[in-house]
Design a protein around this ligand. Structure first.
Ligand SMILES: *Cc1c(COP(=O)(O)O)cnc(C)c1O
Length: 421
């Protein structure tokens, strides 16, 4: 659900007229919809239940969007969190997500972060998703110092090729992520690694923006097989995140529904795991993009046009420092004018940053746009604000939320110059 539509030739998001919103707030800004966020989370969680999964735990991946207010909304829906740093852990706890619903991913956890995560509650966080044996040794040592038992989940490298962009694919031997099956099984025989740690789960995460789920299916089969080989009564199997969204119209027809995705998860577990044991670990999910991408847009204003022979550049007030995906991954995002009119001109929509890659879209068919016209970059809720920077010494943009009652709430102020200087 994205909720972006024209009414009387004016673009509305979550039923609010964007030309009116832009009268009250200075561009560029992110605008989120609480309705869309709640619907996306609920559909995901209910989908897991409907597929017959027992006590599913949906751990929202904070790195996709760590805004406090959005996290509080998710916390109220009983969401857990997938975090990758001490900063994200503090943010998740502050937003009201309890420690027993937090999993800690990432290859480079520091001693300080581990010690903090062990200390946040009696049992520490729900799970350390461990990426190397050296990391396990360090966690075990930290737990020993604190007189605790660390809850460990190995991130398995299932050695599959996810069909997605090379920079967001993570499930093969050449990627830095995860442990190979043989190393996981060998570690279980090394008693000294487990003096203050226990293996409670096994996880995978093979990449992001996945639309073709064949690799996911294979990876869950490998996960099941390794879980059985551990011969341990694991508390959970974590199938990671990565489910994609349709950024481009061509992707809409490939887009798996939540029902299809959950059917693949539950069906593969049924065949590869449940059929072979009485044991029923709960299933953990780590979605980011699928929950939040379509709940947000990025609203910009046209500054001016520039013509270089046959090239028409539409220069906008948002830049790659605000929204990085197109410049970082050559990601496609829809660009739509707030005032509906006939698209007649091939345009390059570019930001003010001094980089050629600061381009939100090239050769897009757009209506003629002039200074002051508003333009929306679609599906900007995930990996938008969170990847932003102060490059070119630009302040971070405003973030707004359309609440359930259609009131607008400022959920992050535009960064003032005083903070930059
Ligand atoms: C980034 C990440 C996620 C979330 O990925 P999405 O594509 O946003 O769903 C989940 N788990 C891990 C380990 C990640 O690194």
């Amino acid at each position: 659900m994205s909720n972006l539509a024209y009414k009387n030739k004016k673009l509305h998001f979550s039923n609010l007229d964007l030309s009116k919103v832009a009268r009250d707030y200075k561009t560029p800004f992110y605008l989120y919809s609480e309705d869309v966020l709640v619907e996306n989370y609920t559909t995901f969680y209910q989908g897991a239940k409907a597929a017959g999964l027992r006590k599913p735990l949906v751990c929202f991946a904070l790195k996709s969007n760590p805004n406090r207010e959005l996290l509080r909304t998710l916390a109220k829906l009983d969401s857990g969190a997938d975090i990758v740093s001490g900063g994200e852990l503090r943010r998740a706890l502050e937003a009201g997500i309890p420690a027993e619903k937090i999993v800690f991913s990432g290859v480079g956890k520091t001693e300080e972060e581990i010690t903090y995560a062990l200390g946040v509650s009696k049992k520490g966080i729900y799970s350390f998703n461990v990426e190397s044996l050296e990391e396990l040794e360090l966690i075990n040592r930290c737990a020993k110092k604190l007189g605790k038992l660390a809850r460990i989940c190995f991130r398995l490298n299932p050695v599959v090729e996810a069909l997605t962009h090379k920079h967001i694919s993570t499930g093969n031997k050449t990627h830095k992520f995860g442990l190979l099956e043989k190393d996981i099984l060998a570690s279980l025989r090394q008693k000294r690694l487990w003096s203050h740690s226990e293996l409670v789960g096994l996880s995978i995460h093979i990449g992001s923006q996945l639309l073709d789920l064949r690799a996911t299916k294979k990876a869950i089969a490998v996960l099941s097989s390794v879980a059985l080989k551990t011969k341990l009564p694991l508390e959970f199997l974590d199938v990671g995140g990565g489910l994609g969204v349709d950024y481009h119209p061509d992707e809409t027809r490939k887009l798996p529904t939540i029902e299809e995705y959950m059917g693949i998860v539950a069906g593969t577990l049924e065949k590869e795991f449940y059929a072979k044991t009485e044991h029923r670990p709960r299933v953990v999910f780590e979605p980011g993009r699928r929950i939040i991408a379509k709940a947000g847009i990025f609203v910009m204003k046209v500054l001016r046009n520039k013509v270089s022979e046959k090239n028409l550049f539409v220069i906008v007030d948002g830049g790659m420092n605000d929204f990085m995906r197109p410049s970082l991954y050559e990601a496609y995002h829809g660009l739509v004018p707030v005032k509906e009119s006939r698209a007649t001109k091939l345009s390059h929509v570019v930001g003010p940053i001094c980089e050629t890659s600061d381009c939100f879209g090239s050769n897009r068919l757009m209506p003629p746009l002039k200074s002051g016209d508003l333009l929306v970059l679609k599906d900007a809720g995930a990996y938008g604000y969170s990847m932003g920077s102060n490059y070119n010494l630009r302040g971070r943009p405003l973030e707004l939320l359309i609440k359930k009652d259609k009131r607008i709430k400022v959920i992050n102020k535009a960064q003032p110059y005083e903070e930059l200087l």
